[in-house]
Design a protein around this ligand. Structure first.
Ligand SMILES: Nc1ncnc2c1ncn2[C@@H]1O[C@H](COP(=O)(O)OP(=O)(O)OP(=O)(O)O)[C@@H](O)[C@H]1O
Length: 776
């Protein structure tokens, strides 16, 4: 497979040129063969899909429909995988010391005789491509990066691990790092791209780390944590497809903008069935978009809230102070009065609690105990007129009685998580009764008026509410909404029809071994209806095969509880940087977060090179890092840009004008690159009008925010993102607005891939003194 070892080729510039041309030509020939094969495979999959459709139509037996739909899914998936491989199909080649040679690319391909043509980057054979170093060459003689544009080879860059054996021409042609540098210095597009052709050794070790247990990846800004985590998802799905395809992989990021920023990476690697979500999107049916004070966020994230909710749920299970007089069969000749005593309610409550089922599920037991007790009481009241064989009827009448129902509703109401939280936030007494462990100030932070009826569901809830909704749902159990009940009815009706249809079909075929019910169940259990990710999205209690958490340092203890519930197997990848924690309820150390769930069962890896931010900017950022903790060390920048960061003092009255003018000037020099203005929340309003007036600027909550040349964000919104040029506004305000202000400033400075400017009124913070002062 591939080309053999390169012949010696003389010396001098001409020889180098000839050598390069010959290598390019040879690689082009090989790459063209690969694209021919890709076209053939695509054609075949396309034809197979058409054939499935031709056989199709809506008719046929259930068995044939099951078969057809699974084939359809298979060929559609195959086609999208082959299409995703089009750009950069082959990006590398390994020449081994033993004379073997192989090409590495996005997918595996073989020729018609099953001879391998291309090795998938995730296959064990490709490991040397990422891990070979001069010190540990792993049997690799030469590693070649093959750069392509569409289907044309535009360059080859070699790393040779046996320099002694090289000809002078080969030696002069060595430039193995240029693919990486080309990737790092390219203009940003507003979307993250895969790095499959330039994964570095320390990153590859993390990507291929074993599936089980919790792997923590700690690394400074720009070290590739996010991109590595996404490649790990693709690697795990490739290597453990059987185990993961069914349970699925969940990737958690900090907010919906960030999810949009990364959402192309896995599809570009041919993996479409992964659920990407922020914590605020994890509760089915709710996309929490409301905003609230940092104090409220901090209390909601506090682990004591689990106790508050447990308390609130128990408080729903009430006992009457006085016996309740029930008038059953009201206004009929059978009207009777019976007493529902505190003792009976207490017995029923104990019986229901003993089941340890969630509140709404245990309600059935409570009701049964109450009805049994009332039936006995009513039977004895009726005396001889009551016949024991009528007990069941009497119970049924009591169950349907309006007075009984009203009493049960008061004593053990069916409650949804949404209703419980809304009531807690709106009613100071209810909240106080449920939260003896909170201070008065903490309760005050939680209280808010009952939302108006017409408030959209999304705005009623904030991201910090979602872990509480989930916690409440755990304690309460599911309550079906009116919509779900209607959907159940429709599904039951459809199922009846399906069974009838299957019966008929089986009858026609004379098949007796399979029942129509079995056939329908098989049909419904198949993957036909939705992908794993879609099914997981709709099911709050879904247990994922693997969970990847990005910007994990920001998560509150309450959010960790949700994520641990999502992953009972504790097969997780947790990536983050403790030095960037902005949230007051975020992590202070990984052991503080993980020990309670997996003491001694989590392992940690470090990433140390910064691929994003040039050294000139990192020098300034390092000074800020030292303000956070003088022992912290910033990651080493892999490149310099030659452009020093600058600072510009302005009068308060001129701030917005200067920012607007600077944005215009920066954009003029950026070409198709991207610019971010990172500002404290307090400046957003005053910047809004002048910056929007420029036309090419959006604000972070705009759905197009990532697609415009410039965007204005707070530090929180900028987390995880990157831009060619960054303008930090009012750094002193960023520092002083939160106890984690220095960490926030560190995050803001490290978003830049090329240029950094700082505009400030008042004194420039000491830590930024190394930025070059400008004057206007
Ligand atoms: N091996 C690589 N080849 C090419 N680009 C890389 C490589 N590693 C990282 N990068 C690029 O470096 C940039 C930073 O990566 P990423 O966003 O994953 O870093 P991070 O550690 O998550 O940063 P932060 O903590 O600031 O969010 C991205 O543009 C990414 O594509």
């Amino acid at each position: 497979m591939g080309n053999g070892p390169v012949e010696n080729a003389g010396t001098g510039n001409d020889a180098v040129q000839t050598y390069r041309e010959r290598e390019l030509k040879a690689e082009q020939e090989y790459v063209s063969t690969l694209y021919d094969r890709l076209d053939t495979l695509r054609g075949q999959a396309d034809e197979q899909l058409r054939e499935v459709h031709r056989r199709g139509g809506d008719g046929g037996t259930y068995q044939s429909r099951v078969e057809r739909e699974s084939l359809e899914e298979h060929y559609t998936g195959r086609l999208s995988q082959l299409s995703a491989a089009e750009q950069g199909l082959c990006f590398g080649r390994l020449d081994m010391k033993d004379g073997e040679s192989l090409h590495v690319g996005r997918i595996s391909m073989a020729d018609e005789d099953y001879e391998p043509l291309l090795v998938d980057w995730r296959a064990p054979a490709a490991e040397g491509f990422y891990r070979a170093t001069p010190a540990t060459p792993r049997g690799v003689r030469r590693r070649r990066q093959i750069r392509t544009k569409d289907r044309t080879v535009i360059g080859v860059d070699d790393d040779v691990f046996e320099l002694d054996e090289l000809s002078d021409a080969e030696r002069s042609a060595l430039n193995g790092e240029s693919a990486l540098f080309a990737a790092l210095t390219a203009s940003r597009t507003g979307r993250m791209h895969d790095i499959v052709s330039t994964i570095q050794g320390e990153q590859d070790r993390i990507i291929r780390s074993e599936l089980s247990g919790i792997l923590v990846v700690q690394g400074g800004p720009g070290t590739g944590k996010t991109v590595v985590a996404l490649h790990r998802a693709a690697y795990l799905l490739y290597t453990h497809r059987d185990r993961l395809a069914k349970r699925g992989v969940l990737v958690i990021g900090p907010n919906p903008t960030f999810m949009r920023y990364i959402d192309q990476v896995l599809p570009s690697l041919g993996e479409n069935d992964v659920l990407l979500s922020s914590v605020g999107q994890l509760f089915p049916g709710i996309e929490a978009a409301g905003q609230e004070t940092p104090e409220a966020v901090a209390v909601k994230g506090d682990p004591r809230m689990a106790g508050v909710l447990a308390h609130a749920v128990r408080n729903l299970q009430r006992l009457p102070d006085e016996p309740i007089t029930l008038t059953v069969n009201r206004n009929t000749v059978h009207q009777q009065e019976i007493r529902l005593t505190r003792a009976l309610c207490s017995r029923a409550r104990d019986a229901a609690r003993e089941t340890r089922q969630p509140h709404n599920h245990a309600r059935r037991i409570f009701i049964k105990e109450i009805i049994d007790g009332l039936t006995k009481r009513l039977a004895s009241k009726l005396g001889q007129t009551f016949r024991p064989e009528d007990t069941e009827d009497l119970s049924a009448e009591l169950l349907a009685d309006a007075d009984v129902q009203a009493a049960v509703k008061r004593l053990w109401p069916e409650v949804s998580p949404q209703r419980l939280l809304t009531a807690l936030y709106a009613d100071p007494k209810l909240l106080a009764d449920a939260s003896p462990e909170l201070t008065e100030a903490e309760r005050a932070a939680l209280l808010r008026p009952q939302p108006e009826k017409d408030t959209p569901e999304n705005l009623r809830w904030t991201p910090a509410d979602v872990p509480l909704l989930d916690e409440a749902a755990e304690q309460l159990g599911h309550v079906k909404s009116a919509e779900e009940r209607r959907a159940d009815q429709v599904a039951a009706h459809e199922r009846q029809e399906a069974v009838a249809y299957a019966k008929e079909a089986l009858g026609e075929m004379g098949i007796k071994m399979v029942s129509s019910e079995q056939l329908v169940a098989q049909y419904e259990g198949g993957t036909r209806f939705t992908s794993t990710a879609d099914r997981a999205r709709a099911d709050r209690t879904w247990a994922f095969g693997h969970v990847i958490i990005d910007e994990a340092q920001e998560l509150s203890p309450m959010a960790w509880r949700v994520l641990m519930r999502c992953c009972p197997s504790r097969s997780m990848t947790v990536v983050g940087d403790i030095a960037q924690t902005g949230s007051m309820s975020g992590a202070r150390s990984w052991s503080q977060v993980l020990d309670p769930y997996a003491r001694d069962r989590w392992r940690q890896e470090h990433l140390s090179m910064n691929y994003r931010t040039p050294s000139e900017i990192m020098e300034v950022a390092s000074d800020v890092l030292r303000e956070i903790d003088e022992n912290l060390v910033a990651p080493t920048a892999v490149r310099s840009s030659g452009v020093p960061p600058w600072s510009l003092p302005v009068e308060s009255a001129a701030l917005t004008d200067v920012v607007a003018r600077t944005v215009r000037e920066e954009l003029a020099g950026l070409g198709d690159g991207r610019l971010a203005v990172i500002t404290p929340p307090s400046c957003l309003d005053e910047l809004s009008a002048p910056l929007r007036a420029l036309g090419s600027v959006t604000f972070a909550d705009d759905p197009e925010a990532l697609d415009t040349p410039a965007v204005v964000l707070t530090v929180e919104q900028a987390k995880g993102l990157e831009f060619d040029s960054v303008l930090v506004v009012e750094p002193q305000e960023i520092l002083s607005v939160s106890p984690n202000g220095a960490k926030d400033l560190y995050v803001a400075l490290t978003r830049a891939t090329k240029r950094l400017g700082i505009v400030h009124t008042g004194q420039l913070p000491d830590a930024l003194a190394r930025a070059k002062p400008l004057s206007r």
